[in-house]
Design a protein around this ligand. Structure first.
Ligand code: NAD
Length: 286
């Protein structure tokens, strides 16, 4: 374990990866942001810049600090050559089991001894990812929430082999990033998605069975439960493909039919209606 470091690598520059790079760079870390897609890197850069502008407008960031933050983020399309100063690598690539194993094997081979390997996975077993490496004691879940620069929670997930020392270091690091970490154990869906996804799935079933229409379902949960957004709006925001993938992990992980994804969700994903990111889900987006 590297005690003091100020260099992080983030793998995956999509919705979550750009936010993770943003908070690390804003907290003074130098960040290597890696994505196989140059287009994703260009988009990530533009998003971080726009989000920093929003912070400046809200007076939570000084305008003169923006260039320094952006200057600490270096983008590239391959994991190697890996900077030997790196104390942590956080993987935030597409939610796919085989892909994550491949990335972790590559990170394990490239990262210096003592570098912690973290994953932002929403649902894939930390223990299984760790088992693909030669350093399972230093593999941990670091589950940020979307949008990362705004949301306070980090769910820190202890894999079967993760040491207490690594957990302590990630909890401290999360606080250093201005977040509020919560430690949980590695079971399907951890805590956040084990509770959230069945609620979203039930909202989709409620629509599918014609109990109420889209707006009625969202309004009941917003006004009745004081949720900031309804479950169908939230599902669109998260991405319907991501919701489906998490429900499948819960269904297979527990072997319990109560987690079976609603057929309407399966159909919408098959049709490419993925929510906000594809322009259409339960709602339409310009
Ligand atoms: P996304 O689709 O927006 O971005 C994924 C990125 O990974 C893409 O830019 C893609 O090009 C890149 N990628 C694919 N293969 C790669 C590889 N081999 N090396 C490097 N980059 C690669 O996905 P996202 O929503 O940012 O989700 C990323 C991770 O975060 C997933 O594990 C997801 O479950 C988790 N997560 C998502 C949310 C959410 O609300 N979207 C919340 C918490 C956690």
């Amino acid at each position: 374990m590297i005690e003091k470091f100020n260099h992080a690598t983030v793998v995956g520059a999509g919705t979550m990866g750009n936010g993770i790079a943003h908070v690390f760079a804003q907290s003074g870390y130098t960040v290597d942001l890696v994505d196989v897609s140059q287009n994703a890197l260009d988009k990530a850069w533009a998003t971080i810049s726009a989000n920093l502008d929003r912070q400046i407008k809200k007076e939570t960031l000084k305008a003169e600090d923006k260039a320094g933050i952006l200057g600490r983020i270096r983008t590239r399309t391959t994991i190697s050559p890996f900077d030997p100063q790196t104390g942590i690598a956080i993987e935030a690539a597409t939610e796919n089991y085989e892909l994550k194993l491949k990335i972790f094997r590559e990170l394990d081979a490239a990262a210096p001894e003592g570098c912690i390997l973290a994953t932002n996975t929403s649902s894939i077993s930390i223990t299984q990812i760790a088992a693909a490496t030669r350093r399972p004691a230093a593999v941990v879940g670091m589950h940020f929430m979307n949008p990362v620069p705004v949301m306070k929670l980090v769910e820190v997930i202890k894999g079967y082999e993760t040491t207490d020392a690594v957990m302590e270091q990630i909890l401290a690091l999360s606080r250093d990033l201005g977040k509020e970490p919560v430690a949980v154990n590695d079971y399907p869906g951890f805590v956040a998605n084990r509770i959230l996804m069945p609620m979203i799935n039930e909202a989709i079933y409620t629509l599918y069975e014609g109990v109420a229409d889209r707006d009625a379902i969202d309004t009941v949960m917003k006004l009745g439960m004081a949720h900031p957004m309804g479950p169908l709006t939230l599902a669109d925001f998260i991405g319907l493909d991501v919701c489906l993938a998490i429900l499948r992990v819960l269904y297979e992980g527990f072997g319990n039919p109560k987690y079976a994804p609603c057929p309407l969700l399966v159909n919408m994903v098959a049709a490419g209606n993925l929510g906000r990111k594809s322009g259409k889900g339960f709602y339409e987006y310009k």
